[in-house]
Design a protein around this ligand. Structure first.
Ligand code: S3P
Length: 180
């Protein structure tokens, strides 16, 4: 599908949500390239604003401070202009983010089965601080399962990156965008 005509739809943003390791950033970059739309990654914006990597924000000030920064960033995102928004996995933890993210947006839940997420996260260098538990498997299990209903409720569409390639996920998303 070409990007032509996609600007005419009612929705003008694509917002990607989903757990760590699901592949949001890869997909966001592919969509931004494909549509020539600007990309806003909440984690990068938080790091830019605070001048610290996420792991250090959390180590020094704790998760509540990180979530407050995340809310500030979500509140500052463009709402009417076409763009791709790549959200950190915990963006659904703050209730006030939800209506903001849904505004003028196709919200896509980027997902993969739990064992796949575990394998991906275990295989990556540990830049991500654990959320609430002291080992990765339990941390993933507890937080992923708790967030599932939130991802489900907020999203218009789910793509499974274990089943579909990045290209195929892009196609699915662009088709929905065109129809919306
Ligand atoms: C978080 C996910 C991270 C980052 C922070 C918190 C979470 O983003 O925002 O470490 O609560 O799941 P990614 O989903 O891009 O890894």
């Amino acid at each position: 599908m070409s990007a032509e005509g996609l600007h005419s739809g009612r929705l003008r943003r694509i917002v990607l949500i989903g757990f760590r390791g699901a592949g949001k950033s890869t997909l966001a970059a592919a969509l931004a390239r494909r549509l020539h739309w600007p990309l806003y990654a909440t984690d990068r914006l938080i790091e830019q604003r605070s001048g610290l990597p996420i792991a250090q924000i959390v180590a020094r000030y704790g998760w509540p401070r990180f979530r407050a920064l995340e809310r500030e960033i979500v509140g500052s995102l463009p709402e009417a202009a076409p763009c791709i928004v790549d959200c950190g996995g915990g963006v659904v933890e703050s209730a006030e983010n939800l209506p903001r993210l849904q505004k003028n947006a196709l919200v896509v839940w980027v997902d993969a089965p739990e064992p796949v997420l575990l394998e991906r996260l275990a295989g990556q260098p540990s830049g991500r601080p654990l959320l609430s538990e002291s080992d990765l498997r339990t941390d993933l299990q507890q937080n992923y399962r708790r967030r599932l209903p939130l991802y489900r409720a907020l999203s218009h569409l789910r793509v499974d990156t274990a089943k579909q390639s990045v290209e195929a996920c892009c196609e699915t998303i662009l088709k929905h965008l065109e129809q919306s």
